[in-house]
Design a binder for this molecule. Structure first.
Ligand code: PEP
Ligand code: MN
Length: 361
C-alpha cells in the first residue's frame, strides 16, 4: 500500500449538511442565467444541495461550445445566494482558480484531460497552497492509476488536505456501449491504495447515454463509492454539450431514490454464513493459483521444445482450438463467454511472454 496521505474526511471540510451518498449535480455546462437558475431550483426542491456547472469546457474538437466563461460564475453565485446550495465548477488553469475563488465557489474539480497533464496540475496545486477549498480530481482520460494518484500527491504536497477523487471512466478506441469504459478494477485498486480519499463516480461521462446511468450508479454504490456526480439539465435534449447523457432534476431524484444501499458489515446480523463462503472462495483462489503454476511449467517445457526445433511461438490454429474448446466448456457450466475469453486471452498472453523470453535467452 502507498504511504497513507493524511487527508481530511468530508465531514471535516467545513460544510454543515454534507452526508453520504454525496450527490453533486447540475448541467454539463452553464448556458444561460435562466437555465442555471431553473436547474438549481429544481435540484434544490428535489433535495440536492451541491450544484455543479462547467464554465470553461475542455472539448475534444474545436468549433463546439467551449463554455460561457467567467460570466457564468455570477450565475453560480446567484444559485448559492438564492438556494443556499454549495457551488462547484471545473478548473483547468491558474486563471480559472483565481476567478473561481473570487466568485466564492465552494468546491473545485479537475477534469480528466487536465489530470493527464502534470505541469498543469503542479501549477494549479501551487495556486491552492495555504487554502482549504476542497478539490475533486477526476481520473485521467487514459487508464493510468499512477498518473491519477500522482495528481493527488501534487495537491497533497502543496498542503491541500480537502481532496476527493472522481472515477469518470477511460477513453477507449474500440467500440463499446460506454462513452468511457469504467474498467472497475482501476477504481477498486485506487481505493485499496488510497482508502482514506472520498471517491465519487461520474456515471454521466462513463455512460455517455442517460439509459446507462442507473446501472452504473448502482454498481458504484455496490462498490462502496462515497457518492455520485451526475449531470442534470432542465431540458436535456436541448443541452449545448453532452445532451445524450443529461437527465432532468426530477429524473435524478427518481434514480437516486431507487438506489439500493448495502452496508459493508450490517450491524446485528451474523457474518458466519458469509465468512464460511469467503473461506471456500479463498480455497478456490489457492487452487486457481496452483493450476496456473502448473500450466506455466508446461508452457516453459513447450518453450524449450520450440526453441530446440526452431518453431514459431504463435501457433494460431492451436490457440483458436484452445479458446473455442474452453468457451464451449465454459458455456456448459453457465460461464459467460466474454469472461472465459478474457481469462484465456490473459493466460495465452502470459504464455507467449514466457516463451519469448525462452527463445531469446
Ligand atoms: C465534465 O464534468 O463536464 C467534464 C468535462 O468531465 P470530464 O473531465 O470527466 O470529461
Ligand atoms: Mn459533460
Amino acid at each position: 500500500m502507498e504511504t497513507q496521505l493524511q487527508l481530511n474526511k468530508i465531514t471535516e471540510w467545513g460544510f454543515t449538511d454534507i452526508k453520504k451518498p454525496i450527490i453533486i449535480s447540475g448541467p454539463c455546462s452553464a448556458e444561460t442565467e435562466g437555465q442555471v437558475m431553473q436547474t438549481a431550483y429544481e435540484l434544490h426542491n428535489a433535495g440536492f444541495n451541491i450544484f455543479r456547472a462547467g464554465i470553461w469546457k475542455p472539448r475534444t474538437r474545436p468549433n463546439t461550445f467551449e463554455g460561457v466563461g467567467a460570466v457564468g460564475l455570477d450565475w453560480l453565485k446567484q444559485v448559492k445566494k438564492e438556494t443556499g446550495m454549495l457551488i462547484s465548477t471545473e478548473v483547468a488553469n491558474v486563471k480559472h482558480v483565481y476567478e473561481s475563488l473570487k466568485a466564492g465557489i465552494d468546491i473545485l474539480w479537475i477534469g480528466a484531460r487536465t489530470t493527464a497533464n502534470p505541469f498543469a496540475i503542479q501549477e494549479i496545486a501551487e495556486a491552492l497552497k495555504g487554502l482549504n477549498i476542497p478539490i475533486f480530481i477526476k481520473n485521467p482520460v487514459n487508464p493510468d492509476i499512477d498518473l491519477w494518484i500522482g495528481a493527488i500527491e501534487r495537491f497533497y504536497n502543496a498542503g491541500v488536505k480537502n481532496i476527493g477523487a472522481i472515477h469518470r471512466g477511460f477513453s477507449n478506441f474500440e467500440k463499446s456501449i460506454y462513452r468511457n469504459t469504467p474498467q472497475w478494477q482501476i477504481p477498486i485498486d485506487f481505493k485499496t491504495r488510497l482508502p482514506n480519499i472520498p471517491l465519487l463516480c461520474d456515471p454521466s461521462h462513463i455512460g455517455g447515454n442517460r439509459d446507462l446511468l442507473a446501472d452504473i450508479s448502482q454498481k458504484a454504490i455496490d462498490l462502496n463509492f462515497d457518492g455520485l456526480m451526475i449531470e442534470s439539465h432542465i431540458n436535456p435534449n436541448k443541452a449545448w454539450s453532452d445532451a445524450n447523457q443529461q437527465i432532468t432534476p426530477n429524473e435524478l431524484k427518481v434514480l437516486v431514490d431507487k438506489l439500493i444501499f448495502r452496508e459493508e458489515k450490517p450491524k446485528g446480523i451474523s457474518l458466519n454464513a458469509i465468512e464460511d463462503l469467503r473461506y471456500k472462495i479463498d480455497l478456490c483462489d489457492d487452487e486457481l493459483i496452483q493450476i496456473l503454476e502448473k500450466r506455466m511449467k508446461l508452457v516453459n517445457a513447450i518453450g524449450l521444445y520450440k526453441k530446440e526445433n526452431k518453431m514459431t511461438i504463435l501457433q494460431p490454429g492451436r490457440w483458436e482450438q484452445v479458446l473455442d474448446k474452453s468457451i464451449e466448456k465454459g458455456l456448459k457450466g453457465n460461464l459467460n463467454k466474454e469472461f472465459i475469453s478474457q481469462i484465456f486471452k490473459a493466460i495465452h498472453q502470459e504464455s507467449i511472454n514466457l516463451q519469448t523470453e525462452i527463445l531469446n535467452e
